[in-house]
Each structure stands twice: as structure tokens, then as C-alpha cells.
Design a protein around this ligand. Structure first.
Ligand SMILES: Nc1ncnc2c1ncn2[C@@H]1O[C@H](COP(=O)(O)OP(=O)(O)OP(=O)(O)O)[C@@H](O)[C@H]1O
Ligand SMILES: [Mg+2]
Length: 268
């Protein structure tokens, strides 16, 4: 196993993802992407629909469908997790690297309370007792800005914004070092989007975690991320600090993404 550098980061090197297709022609969704997310970093990954954002996020904890070809290397704290088998990888998921998948707010189990969603993770991954789990769940629910009574509610009894915060609480349960969040605010109104994103970024900053945040909304990401990467057709076409990228976009595509959202915002 190779160890390129002894820093505390999630390092993606030359990652490519190719889906097996039914028709015979393979679909290369991610093409030779390399980047690093250090602990304490809030990094945004932006790009239009189909550009490969979720494919990158799902490739990191090895959650892509069977039959998908993934090449390149992924290091977590200089340890090559891309070389791990499924069983070993399972010990890294949730505990070291947690994922809030796209559409997480709609994938809660309807007959389980929010508290139970969290305690299940704690009991399974950290072998906590029921009582320990309940008290940790209460702490997590509070930390994401939800009222205590949310713990005993069922998913359908929460608003979209509350569900997103609850999904965040579940992802934070095992105190991971890195959080991967895929479009965590897309289905929400503009004000709630901002509130939820600010909550996510403030929690990860307080805990000194690294965050890779996927969104198609470049200006929104720029408001909360330290740096941004722009994806198009499976490649990272632009990257830089949020300020640099929005004030001085290097490619016409980055400019188009900024203008597209701004134009939508000024419409009556
Ligand atoms: N399971 C799959 N099988 C085959 N092709 C897939 C699969 N999942 C994604 N793709 C293809 O890979 C490409 C990248 O998809 P991906 O979901 O990573 O995009 P995205 O940037 O997350 O898009 P969105 O913003 O709509 O969520 C697309 O062309 C998509 O059709
Ligand atoms: Mg996606």
C-alpha cells in the first residue's frame, strides 16, 4: 500500500468512473479527476446535471453499483482506502467518511423515528448500548439546530429543512473526519437552503472536519465554501478559492454557471 504524504486529508488521485451500460457502449462519467480535501477545508464541487458530481462522491466510499469500473487512488490520512476490500471499507464508512447522499431527505425509513435512525447507526457501527445511543442522538439533534421533540417524530412529520438537518445528524453520528454531502439543499426554498448550508458548514468547521459539498448552484456554494471545483463532462475544468473563481472565472463555462443562477434569481 502506498503512502504519498503524511498529511491529514482525503486525497483523490486520477479518479475515473465508467458505468457498465446495457446497450454495450460504456459511459465514462468521471475522467482523471484529482483533488484534496484537508480536515478543516470546506470544498464545493459544482457543475451542471450529469457532469459526474455524484459519481465522484459515491466512488470515494466505494458505493457505486457493481460492475462499475473505478480507477485511480483514494487516500484517507495517507492510507490507500481504494485498495481496501468491501469488509474493510465498511469500517471506514460512517466512522471516518460519512455521506449524505443525493435525496437523503426522502430516503428515511417511514416507520422509524428520527432518534431510531441515529441510534441504529450508533449501535451498529460504534456498538453503543440503547441508552448511550439515545443520549448521543439527543446531543446530535441539538447540534444540527433541531428541537428536542424531533427525536420522537417520524420522517413524514418533518419539513424538508428539518429532514435535511436530521440527515446531517445521522451522518455526523460516528463523528467522521470527512463529510461528503450531495445536493443537501436542492429541494428547499432559497432561505432554508442558506440556513441548512450554513448549519452544515458551521458544524463541520466547529468539529474540524473536511467537507466536500456537491451542488449545482455556484454562487450558493461560493457563499459557504473556502474553495470550489467546477465539473463539466466528467472533468474538473476550473478550481480555486471561492472568491477567485466567482470574481475572476477562468473558463467561459464557469462564467455561464455563475450567470445562469444569477439570472434565475433576478427573475420576478
Ligand atoms: N448507475 C449508472 N449507470 C449508468 N450511467 C450512470 C449511472 N449513474 C450515473 N450515470 C451517468 O453518469 C453521468 C454522471 O452522472 P452523475 O449522477 O454523477 O451526475 P451529477 O453531476 O451528479 O448530476 P445531477 O446534478 O443531475 O445529480 C451521467 O451521464 C449519468 O447518466
Ligand atoms: Mg448528482
Amino acid at each position: 500500500m502506498t503512502s504519498p504524504a503524511m498529511d491529514i486529508s482525503l486525497e483523490i488521485k486520477d479518479l475515473s468512473v465508467t458505468y457498465a451500460s446495457r446497450g454495450g457502449e460504456e459511459a465514462r462519467a468521471v475522467k482523471n479527476c484529482s483533488f484534496t480535501v484537508s480536515r478543516g477545508d470546506v470544498v464545493g464541487l459544482v457543475g451542471e446535471s450529469g457532469s459526474g458530481k455524484s459519481s465522484i462522491l459515491m466512488a470515494i466510499p466505494k458505493l457505486l453499483p457493481h460492475g462499475t469500473t473505478v480507477t485511480g487512488q483514494i487516500f484517507c490520512d495517507s492510507f490507500e482506502i481504494s485498495a481496501l476490500g468491501e469488509r474493510e471499507m465498511n469500517t471506514w464508512r460512517w466512522r471516518r467518511i460519512a455521506l449524505v447522499p443525493q435525496g437523503a431527505m426522502n430516503s428515511f425509513t417511514p416507520h422509524l423515528t428520527i432518534e431510531r435512525h441515529i441510534t441504529e447507526v450508533l449501535e451498529y457501527h460504534l456498538k453503543m448500548t440503547k441508552n448511550e445511543g439515545v443520549s448521543k442522538a439527543a446531543e446530535l439533534i441539538k447540534s444540527v439546530g433541531l428541537d428536542d421533540d424531533v427525536s420522537r417524530r417520524y420522517p413524514h412529520e418533518l419539513s424538508g429543512g428539518q429532514k435535511q438537518r436530521a440527515a446531517l445528524a445521522v451522518a455526523l453520528a460516528c463523528e467522521p473526519d470527512f463529510l461528503l454531502a450531495d445536493e443537501p439543499t436542492t429541494a428547499l426554498d432559497v432561505i432554508t437552503q442558506k440556513e441548512v448550508l450554513e448549519k452544515i458548514t458551521s458544524v463541520v468547521r466547529e468539529r474540524g472536519m473536511g467537507l466536500l459539498l456537491v451542488t449545482h448552484d455556484l454562487p450558493l456554494a461560493a457563499g459557504v465554501c473556502d474553495s470550489l471545483m467546477v465539473m463539466k463532462d466528467g472533468e474538473i475544468t476550473d478550481r480555486g478559492s471561492s472568491r477567485e473563481l466567482t470574481e475572476n472565472p477562468k473558463t467561459p463555462y464557469t462564467k455561464l454557471l455563475i450567470d445562469a443562477i444569477r439570472n434565475m434569481e433576478v427573475r420576478p
